[in-house]
Design a protein around this ligand. Structure first.
Ligand SMILES: Cc1ncc(COP(=O)(O)O)c(C=O)c1O
Length: 369
């Protein structure tokens, strides 16, 4: 089976975990601090604050920039539901903006008309490791006095006009789930250049305790990262450049081998440098994506859909019309991509996909009839 994704864990990570376990200092120790320093240095952010997941990072970022009850936050309709869940957890209302099918990211032309007097923030998502159009997001935010919180869960290593995703806004959030570019098992990180926002996030991740400011000043969470996760993160950061380069090579290979197939390949404008957390194609409209996924599995290739349409989740359906998000959810297919894949694996995936498309196209009338 050619796996969809596979974390890069080696002897360095295993040794690092064992060393931490032997010390008995298991939570938020020197390794979490070293991991924060490494991510801060890599992205150029003034503060990098490790937490227990990408979802925790987003939740804290929203609260710390001032999102609360009565506010609206604009979020794309095509994303993992955590992006919208955290808006509700902060007491606010998600307002869905539709996407551009060419990039899978929020449609810059659709953003400004969704701003209302209640809008407090925009949450661009750098989906599949490709930056959203941040100049437009920043311009709309500036014009209306809004905060920007980046969902950069998939985008460590991605760049926009040469600058690191996650460090392009008031607060940017990474996930270190095993399907992301680097992993700590579970884990997340918030980046910010704002000292006050950073102090609040550091306190809120630890029960609302302000280290330099008088103790438990407000209710907080336990969103701390363990020190063995921090140690894995340090080891992962030392591999990051190689991991990113290999992902980019594999994506270029996919671009070549899929060129003659009847699928829409992902594309990025020249000022956007994706990290290819996932390589997601759009199948022809009439093709049954689930049938292709099943057929590919039988051929030894693991695939899945791109991500969810919030417009197809009943709880969010009334929060905005997002037909292109729902189309992307129906037609998208995420192909295997992880740094240990061989070049020949990419060619095998392309051959299997071509065969599946032929097979499923032949079967379709019989199945429907
Ligand atoms: C776009 C997006 N946002 C948020 C998350 C949540 O991250 P985590 O699983 O680390 O909580 C994910 C990950 O799964 C994601 O893909």
């Amino acid at each position: 089976m050619i796996k969809l994704a596979r974390p890069e864990i080696g002897a360095a990570e295993i040794d690092a975990v064992a060393r931490v376990l032997e010390t008995g200092m298991l939570v938020e120790g020197v390794n979490v601090a070293a991991f924060e320093t490494a991510v801060g240095r890599y992205t150029g952010a003034r503060h990098a604050i490790a937490v227990s997941s990408g979802t925790a990072a987003l939740h804290l970022a929203l609260v710390a920039v001032g999102v609360g009850p009565g506010d609206e936050v604009i979020v794309p309709g095509f994303t993992f539901p955590a992006s919208a869940n955290v808006i509700e957890l902060a007491g606010a209302v998600p307002v869905l903006v539709d996407i551009d099918l060419a990039t899978f990211n929020l449609d810059p032309a659709a953003l400004e008309r969704l701003v209302t007097p209640r809008t407090r923030a925009i949450m661009p998502v750098h989906l599949f490791g490709q930056s959203a159009e941040m100049d437009v997001v920043a311009a709309v935010a500036r014009a209306h006095g809004l905060k920007v919180v980046e969902d950069a869960a998939c985008a460590l290593g991605a760049r926009y006009r040469g600058r690191a995703c996650g460090a392009l806004s008031d607060a940017g959030c990474f996930s270190f789930h095993p399907r992301k570019v680097i992993t700590t098992g579970e884990g997340g990180m918030v980046l910010t250049d704002d000292d006050a926002v950073a102090a609040r996030i550091r306190a809120l991740r630890n029960h609302g305790y302000y280290v330099d400011g008088g103790g438990f000043l407000e209710p907080g969470f336990n969103y701390r990262m363990t020190d063995f996760q921090g140690a894995v993160g340090v080891a992962q950061m030392s591999r990051l450049d190689g991991l990113v380069e290999r992902r980019r090579e594999l994506a270029r290979l996919y671009d070549r081998v899929l060129a003659d197939l009847d699928v829409v390949r992902p594309s990025a404008p020249p000022h956007v440098d994706p990290v290819w957390q996932a390589y997601v194609v759009l199948l022809p409209e009439q093709v049954d994506r689930a049938a292709v996924t099943d057929d590919l599995r039988a051929r030894g290739v693991e695939t899945t859909f791109g991500t969810y349409s919030l417009g197809a989740i009943p709880r969010f359906a009334s929060h905005g019309a997002v037909p292109r998000s729902t189309e992307a959810w129906r037609r998208s297919l995420s192909l295997p991509l992880h740094p240990r894949m061989a070049d020949e694996d990419v060619a095998s995936v392309a051959e299997a996909l071509a065969a599946s498309l032929r097979e499923v196209a032949c079967q379709a009338p019989a199945v429907r009839g």
